[in-house]
Structure formats: structure tokens, C-alpha cells
Ligand binder design. Structure first.
Ligand code: HEM
Length: 133
């Protein structure tokens, strides 16, 4: 039995599993009444966006180094984000990871998503309601 938290690496999951996660998650998000319109108004060319997200999740889960984006400034520039939207995002994400049949991947993906969501929201809310300066 292995009680240790899963670590990123090529044995955790395949590229095909990463792509399946991203495509299923985005299908859910685009159909969501609150999140869908945010993506539709900012993402005009879907395939490059999906590729960017596959590269991001491949880095998080498999430790690859293709991702060269800048998620923090892109999210800081989005108007009207609130924590409940992040909770909704996380709800759709964890529903998707639960369906993939790879519990170690699920555990690392869910923990990483939670950590990044908290980090983005921390910066976002501080930008709007600065605690310092
Ligand atoms: C309320 C929650 C969120 C909303 C509404 C949201 C929305 C968006 C939108 C509209 C973009 C495209 C921005 C652009 O290309 O200008 C984007 C990009 C991205 N998002 Fe999110 N996001 C959310 C949470 C998250 C979380 C929690 C993560 C990671 C765990 C994440 C990862 C990314 C990544 C990697 C990109 C691509 C960044 C790049 O192109 O450099 N997002 N998001």
C-alpha cells in the first residue's frame, strides 16, 4: 500500500489521459451557465487554448516542460471574478477527474487545481482590495 501523495511524472498518466481530462472539462465548462459565457467572450480560437491547457496540465501531472503561458496575468485581467466562480470551476474539474479511472492522477490533479485556484484568487482579491500599500 502506498499512502504517499502522488508526484508528477510520466508514470502517473499518459498524454492521452491529460488531453481527455482537458477536453471533457472544457466541454462541461462551455455548457455551464456562469462559466461558459466568460470563456466564450475571451477565447475566440479554441484549439490553441486547448493545446495551452493540455501543456499546462501535462506539466502539472507529468512534469513535462512544454507549457510557456502566463496564467496569473491573464486571470488578473478578467473582470468580475468571485470566489464562488472558482468553487464552481473546481466542482466541474473534480467531477471530470473522478470519471477518468486513474485515482492517482485524480488526487494530484484535484490538489493542484485547488492550490492554483487559491493562489489566483488570493492575488485577484488583493489586487481589487489591497491589504498592503
Ligand atoms: C473562476 C475560475 C476561472 C475562470 C473564469 C478562468 C477563465 C480563464 C480564461 C477566460 C482564460 C483565457 C484567458 C486569455 O487567453 O486571455 C483562462 C486561461 C487559463 N486558465 Fe483559467 N480560469 C479560471 C480558473 C483557473 C484555474 C483554477 C486554473 C488552474 C488550475 C486555470 C488555468 C488556466 C490556464 C493554464 C490558462 C492559459 C493561460 C495562458 O494562456 O497563458 N484557470 N482562464
Amino acid at each position: 500500500m502506498n499512502d504517499e501523495a502522488p508526484r508528477p511524472g510520466p508514470e502517473l498518466c499518459s498524454e492521452a489521459e491529460v488531453e481527455q481530462l482537458v477536453r471533457r472539462f472544457y466541454a462541461r465548462m462551455r455548457a455551464d451557465a456562469l462559466l461558459g459565457p466568460i470563456f466564450e467572450s475571451h477565447v475566440h480560437d479554441w484549439e490553441p487554448h486547448i493545446t495551452q491547457l493540455v501543456d499546462f496540465w501535462s506539466a502539472m501531472l507529468r512534469g513535462t516542460r512544454r507549457f510557456a503561458g502566463a496564467p496569473m496575468p491573464k486571470h488578473l485581467a478578467l473582470p468580475g471574478l468571485e470566489w464562488p466562480l472558482f468553487e464552481r470551476w473546481l466542482g466541474l474539474f473534480t467531477q471530470t477527474t473522478a470519471e477518468l479511472g486513474n485515482p492517482a492522477m485524480q488526487q494530484l490533479a484535484d490538489a493542484s487545481a485547488q492550490r492554483v485556484a487559491t493562489a489566483i484568487w488570493g492575488r485577484y482579491s488583493n489586487q481589487r482590495f489591497p491589504l498592503f500599500g
